[in-house]
Design a binder for this molecule. Structure first.
Ligand code: SAM
Length: 231
């Protein structure tokens, strides 16, 4: 894992010292994955590329230093935690509806000495009532289709900030079907960035949805409604 991480960090112009914290995180992830479901990716070099370097590719497109970011449905910490390791003054909230995953993330943060990462057990649509429009960025990977996901994420973002959706390169149709939801919730698509994960031939896409006006107070709705009738 070390070698592929170091090469990837170099390709992304990130400090090589990052690799030791990432390796430790990878070790804890694979160890804990033996007793609870955290990741389907269990080969260490694939953890390095498909989890760590994929997450870190976001640093090419967005300036995170000094910003407040929430990672919605972070699971085992992706993409938020690798980004926080790369950007020490990022104010990060890791949010997930599964308590066991949040407990794991608290353990990782404790082990790596990341005192100011907030690990929150909760559902995005409920978290929004107390944290509405408080974040510069919401980010999310592999949580839901965009028409639903924008209702979970855009209410958390302040006007002037952005929702960063990590998607596949085949997401054109998905993005089209989310156009109405994005506009109703105060968003506007600013960019679609396709990138290749260093050390692989895998291509992914970052969709940047800027928050251009406040989200109407009636959103987000309860999850059952979001799911049954996406905007
Ligand atoms: N983002 C991580 C990644 O890319 O590896 C995890 C993806 S995992 C497939 C989806 C995660 O989203 C799960 O951990 C699940 O508990 C969480 N999740 C789903 N709906 C959610 C919601 N409404 N609020 C918060 N977390 C949610």
């Amino acid at each position: 894992m070390k070698e592929i991480l170091e090469q990837g960090l170099q390709a992304l112009e990130l400090p090589p010292e990052l690799s030791s914290a990432l390796e430790r995180y990878g070790e804890m992830l694979l160890e804990k994955n033996k007793v609870m479901n955290l990741t389907a990716i269990t080969e260490p070099n694939e953890v390095a590329t498909l989890h760590f370097l994929d997450s870190l590719c976001l640093t090419r497109y967005v300036k995170l230093s000094g910003k407040q970011m929430v990672d919605v449905g972070t699971g085992a910490g992706f993409p938020g935690l690798p980004l926080r390791l790369a950007v020490p003054d990022l104010q990060l909230t890791l949010l997930d509806s599964l308590g066991k995953r949040i407990t794991f993330l608290e353990e990782v943060c404790g082990d790596l000495g990341l005192a100011n990462v907030s690990c929150v057990h909760g559902r995005a649509e409920e978290f929004a009532s107390a944290h509405r429009e408080q974040f510069d960025y919401a980010v999310s990977r592999a949580v839901a289709a965009l028409p639903m996901l924008v209702e979970l994420c855009l209410p958390l973002v302040r006007v002037g900030g952005a929702f960063l959706a990590m998607k596949s390169v085949d997401s054109d149709e998905e993005l089209q079907s989310a156009a109405h939801a994005i506009s109703v919730l105060g968003g506007q698509v600013a960019a679609k960035e396709d990138y290749r994960i260093p050390g692989t031939q895998v291509q992914h896409r970052l969709i940047i949805i800027e928050k251009v006006s406040p989200t109407p107070a009636k959103y987000p709705r309860g999850f059952a409604k979001i799911k049954k009738s996406p905007l």
